[in-house]
Design a protein around this ligand. Structure first.
Ligand SMILES: C[S@@+](CC[C@H](N)C(=O)[O-])C[C@H]1O[C@@H](n2cnc3c(N)ncnc32)[C@H](O)[C@@H]1O
Length: 224
């Protein structure tokens, strides 16, 4: 049987979804659940510089912004970045910025951060290991990585699976990927639940987890 990332080879066009992105209540509920879990689980402090990977219109970014020094949203959709920048301007925020980054075209993430967050983006990334390596190198010593994403969903969460390279993630497997890429103290919890109609007309409950890890030097385990 083919794996989901072998079936879905096309990148999703998020540009066309950007304008109405915040109008879908389930989507906002998931981002709020992830944001509230992060606020509860991570000690956010006014000196922290944060990166939001795959920020979209900034649903997570704007929720964390009041608690930290700065937050940078990066995204590979110009449409999403435009909506995000419009919101920064409307709210006259000085500590939030948005950057267009397309890793598939060879762009690399830049900067150094105390915390990297991401909401519902990882399942759109074909090969996540190089991304975890970038996250590790961008984090300051003892910096944290916090990712909110979908539990295994059999490909039912999205009505259209274009650009969906993973049909959710098994928490234990993702935990191992965190550990293999230099993160320790890894923990996970349920951040949100959302009901959606699936094929056949039934309503299915989908669960969203939050997984958090702390950077340790890559040779940490060799020194034990
Ligand atoms: C499902 S949306 C989530 C947006 C936002 N984090 C939220 O919770 O509403 C996924 C986002 O990841 C972005 N994305 C997908 N692949 C990306 C990549 N390779 N680099 C950066 N952003 C990417 C998309 O453009 C989109 O805005």
């Amino acid at each position: 049987m083919k794996k989901e990332h072998e079936i879905n080879t096309k990148k999703r066009n998020f540009d066309q979804e950007a304008t109405n992105w915040d109008q879908v209540p389930g989507r906002v509920k998931v981002a709020e659940g992830i944001a509230q879990s992060m606020i509860r689980e991570i000690t956010l402090t006014p000196d922290m510089d944060v990166l939001d990977f795959g920020c979209g219109t900034g649903l997570l970014t704007f929720a964390l912004q009041p608690f930290v020094n700065s937050i940078t949203g990066v995204d590979s959709s110009r449409g999403m970045i435009d909506v995000f920048r419009k919101k920064i301007k409307e709210q006259n925020l000085k500590n939030v910025k948005a950057e267009f980054v397309d890793l598939e075209k060879g762009d690399v993430l830049r900067g150094s951060f105390h915390l990297i967050v991401s909401s519902m983006t990882l399942h759109h990334i074909k090969n996540i290991t190089p991304l975890f390596k970038q996250f590790h190198s961008l984090l300051l010593p003892s910096g944290q990585l916090a990712v909110g994403d979908l539990e295994p969903d059999d490909g039912q969460f999205h009505s259209d699976n274009e650009g969906v390279f993973h049909f959710g993630f098994d928490r234990k497997e993702l935990h191992q990927i965190f550990a293999d890429n230099g993160f320790r103290d890894v923990r996970h919890l349920t951040a949100a639940q959302v009901e959606k109609p699936v094929e056949g007309g039934q309503i299915r409950l989908f669960e969203i987890f939050l997984i958090i890890g702390r950077k340790c030097p890559l040779n940490f385990f060799n020194r034990l």
